[in-house]
Design a protein around this ligand. Structure first.
Ligand code: ADA
Length: 564
C-alpha cells in the first residue's frame, strides 16, 4: 500500500508488494518487497547492485509507481528499460506503453553504492540501506493519465479556499480530453488539452469550500478532491487526494497553527528499525507514533530526508506534526559543489513537495542539515534551494538546521575562522524559522541553560531577529543496558540526567517555540564513516533500535509535556 486511502476509483491497480526474486553476489534469494537487503542473512553489510525480479500479467499502457528505491533504480520490462531514478526517499513512476497481453518480466536494478554518481547518498551518520524499500504498484491507464494532484488550502477573508493543481500526461497517441475537479460533490472543469505521448500539461483552479471542516491535530478532519480525466464524455482516468483545512504561518517569534501559537515537542526520527531496516511495516510505523505521543511528543522531524508517504498519512490521521526535509546531512563546502549536488538536491525538493504538499501534518519544509552555511560560496546555493521551496509551496515556512554559532559562543578563536568563511552561520536571514542543533553537556561542556541562551542570542543578532526559534536537535548518547552508578559516559543514567537538564532549560524558555530531541530511537550508521560510533550505531535514541526504552524515556515523559 502506497497510501492509507484509495487514490483512484477508475484506474485498475495491482499492488506489487510481496515476494520477489533477488540476485546479489551471484546468489538468489526470495525477498519481501518492501524490504531492505540488509535484513537478508549474509547481506547485513552488502553495498552495491542487486536485481529484483517478478512476473506481472498485464497488457496495454502500464504505470509502475515506487514509493522509494534506495538509492538508485533502473526499471525494465522484458529487458527493455522503462526508466531510472536517483534518490532513495522520493516516489517515481515509469510508463510501459502498448504492452502485449500475457506474462511479463519486471526487473528493478538497485544500487546503494557510494561514489561519484550520488552527491547526497554518502557515508554518513545514518544508514543508506539498499532495496525496494517502500511499497510499489502497477496501474493500467489509457492514452493519457493524471499525476501530481496537489491540494493547498488557504483563507480568503473568512472563507476557506482550495487551490487544486494536477498534471495531464500523454501515454500513447494524441488525446483531447477535459480535466474535471470534484469537490464536495460539485464538478468543475479545470480545463482541456490535447497531449501526445510523453507530453505533460498542468492545470490549476481555486475553489471555495462550502462546508469547511477544520483540520486540527486533536480533530484531524479531511477534505477530499477527485480529479477526473474525461475523453469524449467518458471518464478514462482519475486521481484522489486529501488535505486538511488549516493554516500555518510564522508571526514574530511564534509559529501559528490556525492562528494559535503552537509549541513543538518533537523527536528526530530516522526511518530505521532493528528488525526492518528502513522498511518499517505499517504496524511498526503506528507503534512509533504511539510511543512519540506517550513520551509527550506532538511532532517529528524526518531527519534527514523525505519519508514514506504512508507514514505521512498516518501522521495526518494521528495528528502528529511533521518537519519534512529534503535529503542532505553534514555536507561540506566541497561536497555542496559536487557536480551533481544542485541537480540532485533540486530533484529531491521538487519530488518531495509535489508529492507531499497536501499533507496537513507538514507544518514546515527543511533542507541542508548542518551543511556549509558558513561558506561564502554556499550562500547562493542556500538562496537558490530555499527560493525553489518557496516557489513550489508558498503556504509553509522554510528552515534549515545549523550547528554554527559564532566563535563568541563556541569559545574558539576568531582568527581560526577559515578564509572564505564567516564566523558563524551567514544564512539565517534567508529562512522563516531559525533552527539550531545544540548538544550542551554532550559535545559542549557547558551548563545547558546558559549555552542554549548564548546560541539563541547569537542567532537573533545574526539574521534570526524576530523569527521563531527551534532547537532542532538536542540530546546525548547511551548504550541500552549500560547502567552506571557513577554516571559514566554512554550510561543510561548520564543520558537521563542530561536530557532532564536540557529539556528543563528549553521548556522554561518562552523565546524558544520548539524542540526536536535527537533522537527517537538508535539507528545504524555507515561503517565506512562512523566506525568510531559504539556498535556502529547512533546511540542517542531515547529508545533503542528495537524500541526498548532507556532510563531517559521516563525523564522525557515527565518534562516534555510541560512545553505548552
Ligand atoms: C548532528 C546531525 C545528526 C547526528 C547528530 C549526532 O547534529 O544533524 O544527524 O549526526 O549530529 O548524533 O551527533
Amino acid at each position: 500500500m502506497l497510501r492509507t486511502f484509495t487514490t483512484s476509483k477508475i484506474r485498475p491497480c495491482v499492488s506489487l508488494d510481496g515476494l520477489w526474486c533477488m540476485t546479489a553476489n551471484d546468489r538468489e534469494w526470495q525477498v519481501y518487497v518492501p524490504g531492505c537487503r540488509e535484513t537478508v542473512p549474509g547481506l547485513e553489510n552488502y553495498r552495491g547492485v542487486s536485481v529484483y525480479e517478478r512476473t506481472v500479467e498485464a497488457e496495454g499502457n502500464l504505470l509502475f509507481t515506487f514509493s522509494g528505491v534506495s538509492h538508485t533504480a533502473r526499471i525494465c520490462l522484458d529487458g527493455i528499460e522503462l526508466g531510472c531514478h536517483e534518490g532513495a526517499y522520493t516516489s517515481f513512476s515509469v510508463l510501459a506503453a502498448d504492452v502485449k497481453p500475457g506474462e511479463h518480466r519486471l526487473t528493478v536494478e538497485v544500487d546503494n553504492s557510494f561514489g561519484e554518481a550520488s552527491a547526497l547518498s554518502i557515508p554518513n551518520d545514518y544508514m543508506t540501506y539498499g532495496g525496494i524499500t517502500r511499497s510499489c504498484r502497477m496501474e493500467k491507464i489509457g492514452s493519457a493519465y493524471l499525476s501530481h494532484l496537489q491540494l493547498i488550502p488557504y483563507k480568503s477573508g473568512e472563507d476557506w479556499m482550495l487551490e487544486v493543481r494536477v498534471r495531464l500526461n500523454g501515454a500513447s497517441g494524441i488525446t483531447s480530453s477535459e480535466v474535471v475537479c470534484i469537490l464536495e460533490g460539485t464538478e468543475r472543469i479545470l480545463g482541456e488539452a490535447s497531449v501526445g505521448a510523453g507530453m505533460q500539461k498542468e492545470f490549476r483552479g481555486r475553489f471555495p469550500v462550502r462546508s469547511p471542516r477544520i483540520y486540527t491535530p486533536e480533530n484531524p478532519a479531511f477534505t477530499y478532491v477527485q480529479c477526473v480525466l474525461r475523453d469524449n464524455g467518458k471518464d478514462i482516468d482519475d486521481l484522489i487526494e486529501r488535505t486538511g483545512l488549516r493554516t500555518i504561518r510564522a508571526e514574530g517569534t511564534k509559529i501559528l497553527f490556525n492562528d494559535q501559537p503552537v509549541r513543538i515537542r518533537g523527536f528526530n526520527r530516522h526511518e530505521d528499525h532493528g528488525l526492518f531496516g528502513s522498511s518499517l511495516p505499517p504496524a511498526a510505523m503506528v507503534q512509533d507514533l504511539q510511543l512519540i505521543r506517550d513520551l509527550g511528543g506532538n511532532a517529528i522531524r524526518t531527519s534527514h530526508y523525505p519519508n514514506d508517504p504512508y507514514f505521512l498519512d498516518l501522521c495526518d490521521e494521528m495528528g502528529i506534526l511533521v518537519w519534512e526535509e529534503s535529503h542532505a546531512r553534514g555536507l561540506s563546502e566541497e561536497q555542496m559543489h559536487h557536480p551533481l549536488f544542485l541537480r540532485q538536491s533540486r530533484q529531491c525538493i521538487e519530488e518531495m513537495i509535489l508529492r507531499d504538499s497536501s499533507h496537513p501534518c507538514i507544518f514546515i519544509w527543511g533542507l541542508l542539515n548542518e551543511c556549509a552555511s558558513c561558506a561564502d560560496s554556499c550562500r547562493p546555493i542556500y538562496q537558490e534551494l530555499i527560493g525553489l521551496i518557496r516557489s513550489l509551496d508558498p503556504s509553509r515556512p522554510v528552515t534549515y538546521a545549523t550547528c554554527y554559532p559564532g566563535s563568541e559562543v563556541t569559545g574558539e578563536k576568531p582568527e581560526t575562522v577559515k578564509k572564505g568563511f564567516s564566523d558563524g552561520d551567514q544564512c539565517l536571514d534567508l529562512c522563516d524559522v531559525v533552527s539550531f542543533n545544540s548538544y550542551p553537556g554532550w559535545y559542549h561542556n557547558a551548563p545547558c541553560k546558559e549555552y542554549l541562551e548564548k546560541v539563541r542570542t547569537w542567532a537573533r543578532q545574526h539574521g534570526g531577529e524576530n523569527k521563531p526559534y527551534i532547537v532542532s536537535e538536542i540530546g546525548a548518547g547511551a548504550i541500552y543496558g549500560f547502567r552506571s552508578r557513577t554516571n559514566d559516559k554512554w550510561s543510561e543514567e548520564r543520558q537521563a540526567d542530561l536530557l532532564q537538564e536540557q529539556l528543563e532549560a528549553i521548556v522554561s524558555d518562552e523565546d524558544t517555540c520548539g524542540v526536536f530531541i535527537w533522537q527517537f530511537a538508535d539507528c545504524r550508521v555507515s561503517s565506512e564513516c562512523f566506525y568510531g560510533r559504539p556498535r556502529t550505531m547512533n546511540n542517542k535514541g531515547i529508545l533503542d533500535e528495537y524500541r526498548r526504552p532507556k532510563l531517559a524515556a521516563d525523564n522525557v515523559r515527565n518534562v516534555l509535556p510541560n512545553m505548552k
